[in-house]
Design a protein around this ligand. Structure first.
Ligand code: ADP
Length: 338
């Protein structure tokens, strides 16, 4: 169990400033997801915590003690990567046992057997223990990779897009598994992804990175409902938030002072009253329908009932309802709304 504190962490690679003054506390037992597009600094954050790289400035503390002088092994952290790192010629059992047989740990074989059996149970692969690693499906291989992190019972788990190489069905399955494993272990997880569904469904807290800066940290719900900027607002939500000039709806939604953009998620759009929009495309997703509308020259994406009778060319009246307002820099207006 461990609390991780990052303070003023910065790191450059040559001319690239990968992290800029990141401060963050990962509470003991939390499942923190770092969210951001490629290049935002997510992997760099993990590498600095793991000790695979040194920060240019700032500190990494675990349970209040700086670990900057400790080697990766001394930090007692396990990392799971996107690409499974299994020994193909070994059985699943030996792959799982491998970290425990290392000179650093050198656990007695009878304890190893108990530990491997326990992890195989958690991962639901006890019947695969005698398989060669190569005789596994992709999802099973990734479970074993995660298992190699779990056997060690480290203080912190760092996971770098561990599900991104899997197909959609397996990803959905392992999302649920990881949430269950996290709850069962009560361990501290720091998890990197650019998949917003993983962030929304697994995280206790989400940190949003933008070009090396931590721009917002909160529960998935806070990040979704109270984004501090258009950048953060665009990270979560499907369909993506629609951003239009503040005056797009005229007197139907008068902009508050300082507003330059209006942000509309589907729940911010009332249908059946207001300004006439035109349906120009429908995407039937099974349980819901995504509705692409034009309002003058503006494009709006929202949701409709799965069995909507709307068709391309139809007119649909819409009006904003408690939308999000942003200034010209994309920062959220936080002044009380009329
Ligand atoms: P993310 O994981 O969010 O995609 P990274 O932390 O991998 O982002 O990278 C942040 C920035 O630092 C990127 O611009 C990347 O190109 C750069 N970077 C990361 N590692 C190195 C490296 N070893 N050498 C040079 N540049 C790097």
């Amino acid at each position: 169990m461990a609390e991780v504190t990052l303070s003023g962490l910065s790191k450059a690679y040559g001319v690239t400033q990968a992290l800029r003054d990141v401060s963050l506390t990962i509470p003991d037992g939390a499942f923190v997801v770092l969210l951001g597009p490629t290049g935002a600094g997510k992997t760099t954050t993990l590498r600095l915590i793991a000790g695979l790289d040194r920060p240019d400035s700032g500190d990494v503390r675990i349970d209040g003690v700086s670990v900057l002088r400790d080697t990766p092994a001394q930090r007692d952290i396990a990392m799971v990567f996107q690409q499974y790192s299994l020994y193909p010629h070994m059985t699943v059992r030996d792959n799982l046992a491998f970290p425990l047989r290392s000179p650093m740990i050198a656990m007695p074989e009878d304890q190893i057997a108990t530990r491997v059996a326990e992890v195989a149970r958690v991962l639901r692969i006890p019947h695969k223990l005698d398989n060669k690693a190569t005789a596994l499906s992709g999802g099973e291989m990734q479970r074993v990779s995660i298992g190699r992190a779990l056997v060690r019972n480290p203080r912190i788990y760092l996971m770098d897009e561990p599900l991104s190489s899997l197909d959609a069905k397996l990803r959905a399955e392992l999302r649920i598994e990881l949430t269950r494993i996290h709850a069962e272990l009560g361990a501290t997880f720091l998890y990197v992804t650019h998949d917003q569904i993983e962030a929304m469904t697994m995280a206790s807290h989400v940190g949003v990175l933008d070009e090396g800066r931590l721009v917002q940290f909160g529960t998935p719900r806070e990040i979704y409902e109270e984004p501090i900027s258009t950048y953060v607002a665009s990270r979560l939500g499907q369909p993506r938030i629609t951003l239009l000039p503040a005056e797009a709806f005229g007197a139907l939604a008068p902009p508050p002072p300082g507003a330059a953009q209006i942000g509309l998620r589907p729940e911010h759009i009332l249908q059946g009253e207001g300004a006439p929009a035109t349906v120009h495309r429908l995407e039937h997703l099974g349980d819901q329908t995504r509705l692409h509308l034009s309002l003058g020259t503006h494009q709006i994406v929202t949701l409709a009932d799965a069995h909507t009778a709307l068709a391309p060319g139809d007119s649909l009246a819409i009006r904003p309802h408690n939308p999000l307002w942003f200034d010209a820099q994309g920062n959220r207006l936080t002044a009380p709304q009329p």
